[in-house]
Design a protein around this ligand. Structure first.
Ligand code: G4P
Length: 526
């Protein structure tokens, strides 16, 4: 038995993901209230950048400031240590969210009952599916009118490609919303709109009992019985293992704003959500209960203040115990390092910690030693696998606008890419650098940061590209032939891998047809 097993097994590290506006911030805040981490509503700032303010630098700086403070929110609840990892609200920073998902053991997805499954949820769920991350769905805003719950469940299954199992069921919605029947705990959670919280919590093993009519009106009782019978008939009994395997998502209904159904979600969550799970490294699988510390950097947060060029590297502890001032190996450098002021985030306060355990996140102040994906160990030569890069959606040539500052520009580009701000491709035909992003905002952030942190000026030039595809083939001759034929469109990514830059979906389709021996991948790991 490992030394720290009690500490490790009580940890629950997860992220809440949603399409903007579904209620992620509100739900986070309510969870923190239960944990006593905050005491008043409104304490958690939304890290959304207002949609209209795409070029408002103050706004972006503010957002970055906030997101450092709320990067990890930790609190104790019912003998468990909960670590909520924050994800950026703005879709232009989706890459950040993808990477954060490499550091969590499970996920809660928030869906708006009226809007159903939206674009960003779909994308984030893809990453969860790839990693087999267990997910719980919270259907929010039941105090508003929305889709029929059964239709919504079908939509979730279809759009998110995951089987669902309702663990609570709404009694009406909108103005007539009366609460939920908690199938998991066999309790009736009643709601009075004016009171805005769970007004009654009644043990109710058998909803066929005529007692039900004491609590809700006969029409609603009849409908609830019918619905629950249907659920038991259509959906398999809930099995924790299928949830943990990432095959079934339990679904809860509630209203985060009204604090309705949130405690019930949290109580079920701490019971069924996984404690830290084993993590696959290149060399072997690492068990969280191993005595020796291991961890990896999943996020780097630069200080935007040019007078203090420093970063925080966020490390997810994969095994054992991390200790302040101990010597740990920075595997990529092959050298030992000591960290004298690691920080953790407890109850929204950032503080220096002496120790942390598998499942926790520590922030290490850094001056450019870390890249995303770097591994730290007690001495072992180990490489955790990061998240693959996805093909960016937008591309631009980056050019130097100040010939005296070429060196600064190159250094700036390199460091920003290490931080994971965007992806760099170097065209092998003309040597030009191409930056790929998921949104326009990232180009603006890069330009701003190059100027303010590196004193370098860049300008963007248009390039019309559809996708970046990582290519491979067992047939070296076919590969060489393809690269020769597509010379002008061949680039190398930052790791030196071959990337084909397709300028339209048609051209890509033709290439796939004409070169059957070449495999085209839309992510960098295959
Ligand atoms: P996000 O982080 O996922 O982007 O969403 P956020 O929590 O900021 O919520 C988006 C909007 O939805 C907010 O309103 C919030 O008050 C509202 N909301 C959240 N949960 C519920 C719910 O259960 N019922 C109802 N009716 N509304 C809910 P807003 O007007 O955009 O912002 P605010 O001015 O109220 O903060």
């Amino acid at each position: 038995m490992a030394q720290y097993s009690a500490e490790i097994s009580r940890r629950r590290t997860f992220a809440i993901i949603s399409h903007p506006d579904a209620g992620k911030t509100t739900l986070t805040e309510k969870l923190l209230l239960f944990g006593g981490a905050i005491h008043v509503a409104g304490a958690v700032k939304s890290n959304k950048i207002k949609k209209t303010a795409t070029s408002d630098w103050m706004e972006i700086e503010k957002q970055r400031g906030i997101s450092v403070a709320t990067s990890v929110m930790a609190f104790d609840y019912a003998d468990h240590k909960i670590n909520i990892l924050d994800t950026p609200g703005h879709q232009d920073f989706a890459e950040d969210t993808f990477r954060t998902l490499t550091a969590v053991d499970s996920v809660i997805i928030v869906i708006d009952i009226a809007k159903g499954v939206e674009a960003q949820t779909r994308k984030l769920m893809e990453v969860c599916r790839m990693r087999k991350t267990p997910v719980i769905v919270f259907v929010n805003k039941m105090d508003r009118d929305g889709k029929d719950p059964f239709d919504l469940l079908d939509e979730i299954e279809e759009e998110l490609h995951i089987k669902v199992r309702p663990l609570s069921w709404p009694i009406d919605m909108g103005q007539r919303f009366r609460g939920v029947y908690n199938i998991y705990e066999q309790k009736l959670n009643l709601y009075t709109p004016s009171k805005q919280y769970v007004t009654e919590n009644v043990e109710f093993k058998d909803i066929n009992s005529p007692d039900l009519e004491h609590y809700i009106d006969p029409a609603q009782a009849a409908k609830l019985r019918e619905d629950v019978e249907m659920i038991e008939g259509v959906y398999p009994a809930f099995d924790v293992d299928t949830y943990l395997a990432g095959d079934i998502a339990p679904v809860f209904f509630g209203s985060a704003l009204n604090n309705f159904g949130v405690k019930e979600l949290l109580d079920c969550f701490i019971n069924i959500a996984p404690s830290p799970r084993p993590v696959q490294a290149l060399e072997r699988k690492v068990d969280p209960y191993e005595d020796n510390f291991t961890g990896f950097v999943f996020k780097i947060h630069a200080n935007m203040d040019p007078n203090h060029r420093s970063c925080i590297a966020f490390v997810k502890i994969c095994s054992g115990r991390f200790e302040r001032n101990a010597n740990y190996k920075h595997v990529r450098f092959g050298k030992m390092m000591r960290f004298s002021s690691p920080t953790a985030f407890m109850a929204q306060k950032k503080e220096v910690v002496d120790e942390a355990f598998a499942g926790d996140i520590v922030g290490l102040p850094d001056t450019g030693n870390f890249k995303i994906g770097d591994t730290l160990t007690a001495g072992e030569e180990l490489h955790f696998k990061g998240l693959p890069s996805f093909s960016p959606e937008m591309f631009k040539y980056i050019e130097n606008a100040d010939p005296m500052k070429a060196k600064q520009l190159n250094k700036g580009i390199e460091q920003l890419m290490d931080e994971g701000v965007a992806q760099l491709f170097v065209n092998q035909f003309n040597g030009r650098k191409i930056i790929g992003t998921v949104g326009q905002l990232q180009f603006e952030v890069i330009q701003y940061r190059l100027l303010h942190e590196y004193g370098a000026q860049c300008k963007w030039e248009p390039i019309s590209l559809y996708k970046a595809c990582w290519i491979e083939s067992d047939n070296q001759q076919a590969l060489d032939n393809f690269k020769r034929r597509k010379q002008q469109y061949m680039a190398l990514d930052k790791e030196g891998r071959d990337v084909y830059l397709a300028d339209s979906s048609y051209v890509l389709m033709m290439a796939q047809q004409d070169f059957p021996d070449i495999k085209f991948h839309f992510t960098s790991e295959f």
